[in-house]
Write a protein that binds this ligand. Structure first.
Ligand SMILES: Nc1ncnc2c1ncn2[C@@H]1O[C@H](COP(=O)(O)OP(=O)(O)OP(=O)(O)O)[C@@H](O)[C@H]1O
Ligand SMILES: [Mg+2]
Length: 342
């Protein structure tokens, strides 16, 4: 690893998808960086482009269906435009991915132990004679108590939580510098969710890996992440340390997300619901602030064009556009300053 450098450095990343013969922009001009050992959370509603970004980092977009532009440098290697062979070498060793749905990522016809061995085979990090021991070790590491038995089983023979553990074992088999976890727990029940998140955190601390954690759950962000980037309609609208963004949420979308987040001291009745929905790709004009366009009482602010360069409102805390200066919720009677912590 190159010391003092970002592990992941994404600059001006855009992704267009071909949909019904037309190219539509799903991700626009995204800048994101993860330092070695850092946990960066990427948050935003469904359809905002989080997985599209993750898939760009592991180079898994189909070339016929997606155009990726900008720059994504992973530990000194440029991902955009890399050949399949180069990507295969980087995947696993530089970056490991934990997907939301382990069944789609695991091979249903292959025993767990063989899948983990195969992952090691691709990369040659471990010599063949060590694979079996390493497989058992890995399964133990992810909290599987009968690793010898599980190694001989097929994915469908395991529970959802166990499958997720197996996928984590696969993702870390070659000790990648960066782990991407895309909604790693949404398919699981609450107790197992907590265990899986603890496990990811434990591995991250032990191996000092960088983590890109994609989640809807702001409670998880507060607990696990060092920094956070908020994505709306394919753009980062705000980013900074977790402390900066949670203590001083500034973009109207960040403020809305936080206000809509159930926390221990709010009951369901009081919960704020963000009006409208994320626009469809065909309706996105990324030169404007798309969130303002969604919210009825912000129609006036929504007309302005927004610079592609976000404002740095405090060191390391970036916000897109400047409508936040005039933004307030309809029920806010006091000035924004007093309402920083609602
Ligand atoms: N392969 C694809 N082809 C066409 N459109 C796609 C493709 N993948 C994603 N999209 C579109 O891009 C937009 C962003 O989707 P994406 O899956 O990245 O969102 P997300 O933030 O991960 O949402 P979720 O929280 O539901 O996982 C959506 O409008 C989606 O329909
Ligand atoms: Mg997703």
């Amino acid at each position: 690893m190159i010391e003092g450098k970002n592990l992941l450095d994404a600059k001006g990343v855009s992704v267009d998808f071909r949909i019904n013969g037309k190219w539509l922009t799903a991700l626009y001009n995204v800048d994101l960086a993860v330092k070695p050992g850092e946990v960066l959370a990427l948050v935003g509603e469904s359809g905002s482009g989080k997985s599209t970004f993750a898939t760009s980092v592991i180079g898994l977009h189909s070339k016929n269906q997606a155009r990726v532009s900008g720059s994504i440098v992973l530990d000194g290697h440029q991902i955009i435009g890399a050949s399949d062979k180069e990507m295969q070498e980087l995947r696993g060793v530089k970056v490991g991915m934990i997907f939301q749905d382990p069944l789609s990522a695991l091979n249903p016809l292959m025993k767990i132990g063989d899948q983990i061995s195969e992952a090691m085979e691709v990369h040659d990090v471990y010599p063949r004679e060590k694979w079996e021991n390493r497989t058992i070790e890995l399964l133990k590491e992810v909290g599987i108590t009968k690793p010898e038995r599980v190694a001989k089983q097929y994915p469908h023979e395991l529970s959802g939580g166990m499958r997720q553990r197996v996928m984590i074992a696969l993702a870390i088999a070659n000790e990648p510098d960066l782990i991407i976890a895309d909604e790693p727990t949404t398919a699981l029940d609450v107790t197992i969710q907590a265990q899986i998140l603890d496990l990811i955190q434990e591995i991250q601390k032990k191996k000092k890996s960088g983590v890109l954690l994609i989640t809807h759950d702001l409670g998880v962000v507060a607990e696990m992440a060092d920094s956070v980037a908020v994505m709306y309609a394919g753009q980062i609208v705000e980013s900074g340390s977790v402390e900066q963004v949670f203590e001083n949420p500034t973009h109207p979308y960040t403020r809305s997300l936080l206000r809509a987040n159930p926390s221990e001291d709010t009951t369901g009745d009081e919960l704020y619901v963000i009006p409208g929905t994320v626009p469809s790709l065909a309706d996105m004009d990324h030169s404007k602030d798309l969130f303002l366009q969604r919210v009825p009482w912000l129609a006036d602010l929504a007309q302005e064009k927004v610079s592609d360069t976000p404002a740095e409102i405090e060191k390391g805390h970036f916000v897109r556009g400047n409508a936040w200066k005039d933004f307030s919720f309809p029920d806010e009677k006091t000035s924004k300053k007093k309402l920083k912590k609602w």
